[in-house]
Each structure stands twice: as structure tokens, then as C-alpha cells.
Design a binder for this molecule. Sequence first.
Ligand SMILES: C[S@@+](CC[C@H](N)C(=O)[O-])C[C@H]1O[C@@H](n2cnc3c(N)ncnc32)[C@H](O)[C@@H]1O
Length: 248
Amino acid sequence: MAETVLDYEAEAAHYDRTRGGVPRAGAAAEAVLRLVPPGARSLLDLACGTGLVTERLARPGLRVYGADAAHAMLRVAAGRAPGRVVRADARRLPLPDASLDAVTAVWLLHLVPFTAEIVAETARVLRPGGVLIATVDKDAAHDVGSDIDEILRPHRSAAAASDRADLITRYAAAHRLEPAAGADFTGHGQGATPRDTVRKLRAGYFASWFPGDPATVDRLATALAALPDQDRPRADPRYRLASFVRRG
Ligand SMILES: C[S@@+](CC[C@H](N)C(=O)[O-])C[C@H]1O[C@@H](n2cnc3c(N)ncnc32)[C@H](O)[C@@H]1O
């Protein structure tokens, strides 16, 4: 199974430490801000999680808000952005039409099967000229070129990923969101180890891109367990942000 909102209720206490902390959040925020138009005055960080990225989106003249579906994540975010975070499902935002200059969604779209609804909802709340900035192809970025990747890649089904760039671009086009510039950021601390990859594989964590049968899971787990340096993280991934401008 892929991670769900419920997993994040349990995860909040460990989230920052296990997701690259300040270096990863800083790199993500810096890349997002490169794509926010200079005149933007309001930004919603959708699926803001613990707010570690949200609080780094500060820029003079830009009001930054956060929304997330998980209570526990929001409680941490509320300490970082007091009065500016709200609990909401990304498909139903408590905001009027055309009320924001920018919406960002870092590490959300790979988690959920309803990305078309999320893109439609962000288009609704964006003003003409506003931008949607979202990570795409997240899981495909992992372990590229590593020995872990050599074992897993032949079995990956890119078609199964809910945040495929071409899919998100198609959903966006249906709501007058046109592709604009992209950016990359380093997922500091996100390089995988073979041992942890085996654990995640067996837990079904990769189900969004790996619809493998139990025999294949066993075979891959055995190959991963035979790799050297079981606890040495491989290179940090580079994640991709796509952006889309709302036409009037
Ligand atoms: C991987 S975390 C990313 C958090 C943050 N953007 C970051 O980069 O640190 C994913 C977040 O998405 C939230 N989430 C999952 N499904 C959601 C939904 N349908 N609506 C709003 N938030 C959702 C989870 O609660 C979690 O906080």
C-alpha cells in the first residue's frame, strides 16, 4: 500500500528527522520560490505536513498559508506558521474561486490516486496568472544509477505512478493550466540503503510504481539483501517540480 493520511498521523513525530530535515526542506523551498512569480502576494502550501517547507517559503510581500489533511502533521505546522494553517483535503479547499496567486504541492501527488481532482481544485482557487507548482515523478527519482536501481528499475511500472509528469500536464490542460518552467531540488538525506529498501518493498510501500507479485518481491528482496554496504545510503535523489500557469 502507498502511504495514506493515516500513516502521517503516526509519522508526524519522526517526519522531519526522516525526510531530510532542514537541508531538504530548504532546498525544496528555494526551488519552489524560483517558480513563484515576482508579484505574487499569496501562496498556499498544499499538503504542508509539519510546515518545515512552508516556513521557508517566506518572501517579502508574500503571504504563505498551509493546508494538510493529517491532524498530527498540522499540529507541528501550527507551531511554525501560527494562524496560517488549516486542516483540509486537497480536493476540497475552504477557499473561494480565484483567490490565490500560487499553490504548491511538495511530495503530495505521488501519494494519492485522485490527482486529477487535486489539479482541478487548485485550478479553481488560482487567479488568472497564478501558478501551480508540484513535485512530479517523485518515486522515479529514487536511486537513479545506483546498485539498488539496477535491481528495481526493470520491474518499475512508470505507468502506475499517480504523479507522472505527462498525466499531471494532461489534467492541468483540462483546467486552463499551461506548462511553465520547472526546477529541481536535492532530496538531502533521502538516498536509500539496501536494507531499508527491502523493508519498504516487503511492506508494500512501493505499490504505486511496483505492482509486483509475491515471488518477484522475494526475488528482488534477496538480490537487494546481497548488495554490499547494507546500511550505506546511496546518492541523494534530485526531485522535479513542474509548474503551470492559470490562463484567464
Ligand atoms: C510526504 S508529506 C509532504 C509534506 C510536505 N509537503 C513536505 O514536503 O515536507 C505528504 C503530506 O500530504 C498530506 N496529505 C495526504 N493526502 C492528503 C490530502 N488528500 N489532502 C491534504 N493533505 C494530504 C499528508 O498528511 C502529509 O502531511
